[in-house]
Design a protein around this ligand. Structure first.
Ligand code: FES
Length: 513
């Protein structure tokens, strides 16, 4: 199917008339080049866009729609428990480090403190940045901002950077988070276990941004109307870091810096210990996370520190699934995925071998020793049934028939060949909206409906289905909404965007049309 967008009458983006190839698979052959440019504004960026890689459609393993919906449900209790435990360990290690200053015991205490801060903080930054850890939005945002500071990552810049990483995983010239380019710079990788390459770069950006200088990298990633925010966040970070430095100078001791600032360096080994297994040595420029991303089985302690990001293929395929449900997601789809690495040792063996080989020959690839199974046609997987209707040319109305949706459910609908989604809120109301996300190429009907808020399955952007309003970045532009009414026990949608009038048909939760 061809999806597209044009501006609707009320300024929302309409998803149907422009003729963009939403399959996203490039129509040109993309030749590998020996030396690649990993810059976001280099020659490979143009090539990747021309080859159709930009924000393309990626492979997703088949999964029962109802099961996926259950796996996407967020909770507050489990992430709160994990967060409290992590903060308690951090506080405990910090206290121990402080009270053992001047003894040898302070070294392991600071090592633990740094690993929890500059290593395990990365997983907290990541999960809360996706907005999937907690059900409560404020809790995700609070943890995200705290962890961003710990990792020296400017919150707005890195939010957009990570969105791009998900759109273009390991696509050279488009993915800003390729940690290991080809040929692999082995010495620099080793230095990064203490954040000695990336850390100074990130600090330099903070200083630059704090003084209002926005370079190309940031301009490419962050929308222009969010750049002011980048500047203010950088100023706050700089103030905190300089304040710590002044305290250290005043007190004549490095101790304040060992607690704030330096843990982002001496604790980074844990970040890289886990993170290098995610993509290093795997295939670039493929629209299939099974080839560019790695899942590794690890022990429960590591999984707590890393918040289950070892299920990395699963996370990239279904980023709307919260970290605590990734093991269950893995069980559902593992038949369609390559065999996971059995341990960190197993993963490191593969990574190190690949890096050594790719240093000699950048085109070397890890041999493929796995064949995907023949996939189901979706019917037996419980794929949501697509309702196809045509609208009346006279009235512009589309008869959607009686709906069997329970409160909290959604259903994809095709009207005159264009995709829409029928949503039912927990209170029982019906809303009819466009099915294509206004941010990128994703079907919202594959997303997660949490009462009145529909979350995009691709980058976790959110929309209020009652108004079409975008309520969470990276979605910024509103969706088209269509008036819907009840007529003789049937739902009837008027196929004109009308965000001015109420789009929600109020029906009690007890009643089903
Ligand atoms: Fe990015 Fe929907 S495609 S939020």
């Amino acid at each position: 199917m061809t999806w597209s967008r044009r501006a609707g009458p009320s300024g929302c983006l309409r998803a149907h008339d422009e003729g963009v190839n939403m399959s996203g698979r490039g129509t040109q052959t993309y030749d590998p080049v020996v030396r690649r440019s990993y810059s976001l504004v280099g020659p490979d960026t143009k090539k990747a866009v021309e080859a159709g890689f930009d924000d393309a459609e990626w492979y997703r393993a088949p999964i029962d729609a109802d099961r996926l919906k259950v796996l996407m449900v967020r909770r507050n209790g489990r992430p709160a428990l994990d967060a409290v435990l992590w903060l308690a360990l951090l506080g405990g290690a910090g206290t121990l480090a402080f009270f053992t200053l001047g003894t040898w015991w302070t070294i392991p205490a600071f090592a633990a403190f740094g690993a929890l801060w500059g290593g395990s903080g990365d997983a907290r930054w990541h999960e809360n940045g996706h907005g999937t850890a907690f059900r409560s939005r404020w809790a995700n945002d609070a943890m995200y901002n705290l962890a961003s500071f710990m990792m020296l990552r400017e919150p707005t810049l890195w939010r957009w950077s990570h969105v791009r990483h998900h759109s273009n995983t390991l696509i050279v010239g488009l993915d800003p988070e390729i940690g290991v380019p080809r040929p692999p710079p082995l010495f620099a990788i080793a230095l990064n276990y203490l954040n000695l390459i990336n850390g100074p770069k990130m600090f330099g950006k903070i200083v630059m941004h704090a003084f209002g200088h926005i370079e190309d990298f940031t301009r490419v990633l962050v929308p222009a109307d969010k750049l002011r925010r980048v500047v203010w966040e950088a100023r706050v970070f700089l103030l905190l870091l300089v304040g710590t430095l002044v305290a250290a100078v005043e007190l004549g001791t490095i101790v304040p810096l060992l607690f704030v600032g330096l843990p982002s360096f001496y604790g980074a080994w844990l970040l890289w210990f886990f993170a290098i297994t995610q993509h290093a040595g795997l295939r670039e420029d493929v629209l299939d996370h099974r080839m560019s991303t790695r899942t590794v089985y690890i022990n429960p302690v590591f999984r707590f520190l890393y918040l289950n990001m070892n299920y990395h293929v699963e996370h990239h395929m279904f980023p709307a699934v919260p970290y605590y449900n990734l093991p269950a997601l893995h069980e559902e789809i593992k038949a369609y995925l390559p065999p996971p690495k059995t341990s960190m040792l197993d993963a490191y063996r593969e990574v190190l071998h690949a890096l050594v080989m790719q240093r000699k020959d950048v085109t070397w690839e890890i041999p493929k020793n796995w064949e995907p199974p023949v996939e189901s046609n979706g019917k037996e997987m419980g794929t949501r049934e697509l309702l196809r209707v045509t609208s009346s040319p006279d009235s512009g109305e589309a008869d959607l028939g009686p709906s069997l949706l329970a409160p909290g459910e959604l259903a994809p609908v095709e009207v005159d060949g264009s995709p829409y989604v029928l949503c039912r809120t927990l209170a029982g109301g019906y809303a009819f909206i466009d099915d294509v996300c206004t941010h990128g190429r994703a079907r919202l009907s594959d997303g997660f409906l949490d009462d009145c808020v529909l979350e995009c399955p691709k980058h976790n952007g959110r929309f209020d289905v009652r108004t079409g309003e975008a309520v969470r970045l990276p979605a910024q532009k509103p969706l088209c909404t269509y008036p819907i009414t009840e007529r003789e026990g049937r739902l009837v949608a008027t196929m004109r965007d009308d965000r001015e009038s109420a789009a929600l048909l109020e029906v009690s939760a007890e009643r089903t049309l």
